[in-house]
Design a protein around this ligand. Structure first.
Ligand code: PHE
Length: 365
């Protein structure tokens, strides 16, 4: 598929610095890539309006991975060998980022994932960074919320066996929830793209859980919620950041209402910096930015700041500059990168309402 240079950023040339993005613009996770692209574009437009990087303008080449790891790997290779980008932003879904990280690390091209939370992504090597928290923390957050706030005793887990993100989050949640004195009655699984979850939900119902943890992506979770209500499961569902999409409300309808998920950011945050970002985003794209947009914006700004500080635009120099990111004021929290190239940040718990989410609480590491 052909790449496009994002509108609002100049065409690549000698007076521009070219960045790359790989994202899901089509397929089951399409809102992830589109929101991320919007957030990145907004950040680059602002950076260009403020003079760019040492007199050079920033441009970005974007490739669609169709929500598939193989496509993500190919697109990363194209950015590296054909477009010769100075750094790569993306992806969202951890399985895609894992495939890309392999290529970026081998080529010595820095990659910053805005939002992939699976621990192993940044373990691919010293050129791979992220501006979000990791799943061992995110799993702890929902386990703690389920035990201490919802006061649940016995829960069931329903995981996506095709997603590195889902499998890991399911493990962490189970471990933490058990450590906190709760019980996981059963763990059932599905494969991304499935449409019938009744067999698993019926098995879950037999265990009479007080809640169900579904660490998947919105496209499946919305349908799961409806079918859960159909088989007579009335208990709350809980999940992670993968639920974050405006499509969740459409797919899940009233069935998903009253459920909870952990996330990186809440649009209800009164911080003026956050509210300005929301206003600018709305003016440009016409909707409330989700966490993907916020993290895309933060990742691009972290990249721009690093490019300004880098001693030249070579891979190692840019990598060293990114690694030094400290106390960076993002709209989805302050970014300080640790020795493992991960950001350590707090998480929010959101409650799903009618067509929008409601902020419930913040949980810190
Ligand atoms: N954390 C998810 C993953 O690693 C991606 C995601 C982030 C989805 C934020 C939605 C919001 O796969």
């Amino acid at each position: 598929q052909s790449g496009s240079t994002v509108s609002g950023t100049p065409a690549a040339g000698s007076d521009t610095i070219l960045l790359g993005q790989v994202g899901a613009l089509t397929g089951g996770q399409a809102t992830f890539g589109i929101s991320t692209r919007n957030g990145i574009e907004l950040a680059l437009k602002e950076a260009n309006a403020a003079g760019g990087v040492n007199g050079k303008k920033l441009a970005i080449r974007v490739y669609d991975n169709q929500s598939k790891p193989e496509e993500a790997a190919q697109a990363a290779t194209r950015l590296i060998t054909q477009d010769k980008v100075v750094l790569i932003l993306g992806d969202v879904a951890s399985s895609n980022s894992l495939a890309m990280a392999e290529k970026a690390q081998a080529a010595g091209v820095p990659m910053i994932t805005p939002s992939s939370t699976n621990t192993t992504v940044t373990q691919k090597g010293d050129f791979i960074f992220r501006v979000c928290f990791i799943d061992p923390f995110q799993g702890f957050v929902m386990a703690k919320f389920a035990r201490e706030d919802l006061k649940l005793g016995k829960v069931a887990v329903l995981q996506d066996n095709k997603s590195a993100y889902s499998i890991d989050l399911s493990d962490v949640f189970t471990r933490k929830f058990t450590e906190m004195g709760g019980k996981v009655a059963t763990t059932e699984s599905y494969s991304q793209g499935d449409t019938d979850y009744r067999a698993q939900l019926t098995a879950i119902k037999k265990t009479q859980p007080d809640g169900i943890y579904v660490p998947g992506y919105y496209s499946e979770v919305g349908v799961i919620a409806r079918q859960a209500r159909e088989v007579g499961l009335k208990v709350p569902l809980m999940g992670g950041d993968g639920w974050d999409s405006e499509k969740l409300f459409e797919l899940g309808g009233s069935a998903i209402s009253g459920s909870y998920f952990s996330n990186h950011y809440s649009p209800d945050n009164p911080d003026p910096r956050v509210q300005k970002f929301i206003a600018d985003y709305k003016a440009a794209y016409g909707g409330v930015p989700d966490a993907l947009a916020a993290l895309g914006y933060d990742a691009a700004r972290v990249a721009v700041e690093a490019l300004k500080r880098a001693k030249d635009l070579s891979g190692p120099a840019v990598r060293d500059a990114i690694a030094q990111t400290k106390d960076f004021p993002g709209v989805a929290g302050t970014v300080t990168l640790d020795d493992n190239r991960n950001a350590v940040k707090s998480a929010v718990v959101l409650k799903v309402g009618d067509g929008k989410t409601q902020y419930v609480t913040t949980i810190s590491p």
